[in-house]
Design a binder for this molecule. Sequence first.
Ligand SMILES: Nc1ncnc2c1ncn2[C@@H]1O[C@H](COP(=O)(O)OP(=O)(O)OP(=O)(O)O)[C@@H](O)[C@H]1O
Length: 339
Amino acid sequence: MEAVQAGYNQQPLGESEVFLDFQSKLSRAATVNRSVLLVGERGSGKEIAARRLHFLSPRWQQNLVTVNCAALPPSLIETELFGYEQGAFTGAQKTRKGRFEEAEGGTLFLDEIGLIPLEVQEKILRVVEYGTYERVGSSVTHETNVRIIGATNADLPTLCEQGKFKEDLLDRLSFEVLFLPPLRERGEDIILLATYFASKMTLECGRKEMPSFSEDVISQMLCYPWPGNVRELKNVVERAVYRSDASLIEHLEFNPFDNPFKRTSQQQPVLPLQEAELDLSQFEAARLELDLKYLKQALKNASGNQKEAAKLLNLTYDQLRGLYRKYQDRLQEEEQDIK
Ligand SMILES: Nc1ncnc2c1ncn2[C@@H]1O[C@H](COP(=O)(O)OP(=O)(O)OP(=O)(O)O)[C@@H](O)[C@H]1O
């Protein structure tokens, strides 16, 4: 176990129920010598999960080789994976090993596996079924012992229906399909991860003390949908620590491309008359009142049961907890009414 820890230097953080459930499925998958598919939104931690899977498996002392299929033109994926013989095509001046050969005995992580062209999928299927392949331009058959971990953000069954992904390969790769939970479903993990990224950034900036997050910022983090998942959170937090001189972070910038010069004199904002009549300075206050109104009503209808209230509002339990924390003081004043 010690050696596993030494080889695995990036411990994924998370304590939410959904994440712990994912981690325990991942640990179980590490014990069997089968292909695994990791499915999740961009930035949700598929690569970090693949590393963990490899380092927890009996192959942990062998190579883990990663191929990011999105970073390669489709025409080069075959030579990248299987290598080529000298003279196989113009420019092939020397024989080159492929990634399967580099990963021999270990694990090959195919990131964005849905982008692999069909003819190359055929070759991968042969590797999975018979453990054999040929280099491009060669008829010599190589035997290989590599475990494949695939990752995708795409809906592979739909790609199969569209004829873009081989059903046979999907069947063989999906011995275990593990779904990474999106960050917005991970509740308090958001704060755990934010604190972790803030502490690392504090060190990087050479600051002595890590700034903390204001209650308002914590609520914003818990309510924001995080389309870019953990990667986005990392960027937002690192930028906030880097820009803040104070001991308290009171503002987060979610979109660094929010250009302050966008609306110039030739491009006036077009506001419908009705909106122009609203007191726009009251937007934040009005929004908070509306949130509170719905939350109170839901809690009342659910007799104070937060899980039930979350269902009524079509929120996850963690999202509701986020809102509850934000309005805790005001809600407590009226708690008697709710009960
Ligand atoms: N649980 C976690 N603990 C700490 N850091 C994490 C965790 N999950 C993800 N990260 C960090 O978030 C970033 C994105 O993670 P990763 O590259 O694994 O995501 P991905 O799903 O493979 O992304 P993509 O879809 O773009 O390939 C990385 O910097 C990674 O180190």
